[in-house]
Design a protein around this ligand. Sequence first.
Ligand SMILES: NC(=O)c1ccc[n+]([C@@H]2O[C@H](COP(=O)([O-])OP(=O)(O)OC[C@H]3O[C@@H](n4cnc5c(N)ncnc54)[C@H](O)[C@@H]3O)[C@@H](O)[C@H]2O)c1
Ligand SMILES: O=C(O)[C@H](O)COP(=O)(O)O
Length: 416
Amino acid sequence: MAKTSLDKSKIKILLLEGVHQSAVDNFLNAGYTNIEHLSTSLDEETLLEKVSDVHFIGIRSRTQLTQRVFDAAEKLVAVGCFCIGTNQVDLGAALTRGIPVFNAPYSNTRSVAELVLAEAIMLLRGIPEKSARAHQGGWLKTAKNSHEARGKTLGIVGYGNIGAQLSVLAESLGLDVIYYDVVTKLGMGNARQVGSLEELLARADVVSLHVPEVPSTKWMIGKEQIALMKQGGILINASRGSVVVIEELADALKSGKLLGAAIDVFPVEPKGNSEEFVSPLRGLENVILTPHIGGSTLEAQENIGVEVSEKLITYSDNGTTITSVNFPEVALPAHPDKHRLLHIHDNVPGVLSEINHVLSENDINISGQYLQTNEKVGYVVIDVDKAYGAQALEALKQVNHTLRLRVLYSETNFQE
Ligand SMILES: NC(=O)c1ccc[n+]([C@@H]2O[C@H](COP(=O)([O-])OP(=O)(O)OC[C@H]3O[C@@H](n4cnc5c(N)ncnc54)[C@H](O)[C@@H]3O)[C@@H](O)[C@H]2O)c1
Ligand SMILES: O=C(O)[C@H](O)COP(=O)(O)O
């Protein structure tokens, strides 16, 4: 089960879903040349085949990294989600195999916030319907159901990076902002936190959802919640498709309870641009449907490519796990002229002392040691100042509860 690291040219990197070229350039500049760069996601069977010899995989929101995929990915060292959401990855399965998962928690925040604000304005003016009518040769010139954004109340559900960014943009336009979050958060500007989802739904003219996909947000907005919204309210969802019961939203739009909606994410999304998009929202008036492009701007994608590839390169080169979403976080100094051992193990008592015992038995002097644990896994990084034999490595792999052993030779003495 335990593994050692390889020469860079032998490290295989698989990038899916059109991860931006900036990531490829970054890997190449760092000396990683064995890169497969695909523009689509892969179905599970193809993915199972492909991952068997891959060391690093880069995905976006579409690729599902299940326990089955991790079982097949025997050489996988780390995962990069070139997006914000990580719900498509079985984070627990990755953790117990000693695999850190990284993402880009901020890089597309602004893109989503801008889109949502634009959609709120368009929906308040009934633009989707009026535009569609004009395309068909019609002329829907009326002020009916048309409102300024100024003075309206925007209710943000989930006041994290995107929710807070949206809040600032919305206030600058004169909207009043209220928000609901499971965590108590200080509002930006004059935005005010409310005590319950129910209160937010009852007070807001426009409700925008910015929660992650977790058990507490699954089907969070259905007919009961929509019933609490104002007559003629507007709902925007650019978070995850599992947050809104889409058929019940469609009913509320058809009945006139809601005046409009903008939906970017769906319970079932096409696997690629050539697959038909099927949804009960198709054809409804004053509904903006977008193909999960909240974060799809050139600016965001380029930044994400750089950010996540840097995290993977840093982990590969020196073991740093800072900002990993599932792994003990260790910030490590460079290790010139030192050999570095990275030992990942179940977080149970006695493992560290057993590791240190092996090192002393093999006469290996420790020049630096860094340990971090989370509830399941311990990650200890040990710098040693002289080369060691295969026997010492084997003994470290045999330490009880070892999940994985990686070896990073000093840059000045790089060898397989
Ligand atoms: N449409 C897109 O292209 C796109 C792009 C980026 C992100 N997203 C989605 O948007 C989500 C939010 O992104 P973010 O960067 O703001 O995340 P974030 O983690 O910064 O913020 C999420 C917020 O939701 C809150 N929250 C969690 N559970 C909640 C609950 N049950 N009720 C109320 N609040 C709850 C959290 O406390 C946090 O403040 C991501 O998880 C991702 O799924 C979609
Ligand atoms: O989680 C995210 O960042 C968004 O859902 C965007 O995902 P994408 O990279 O697949 O567009």
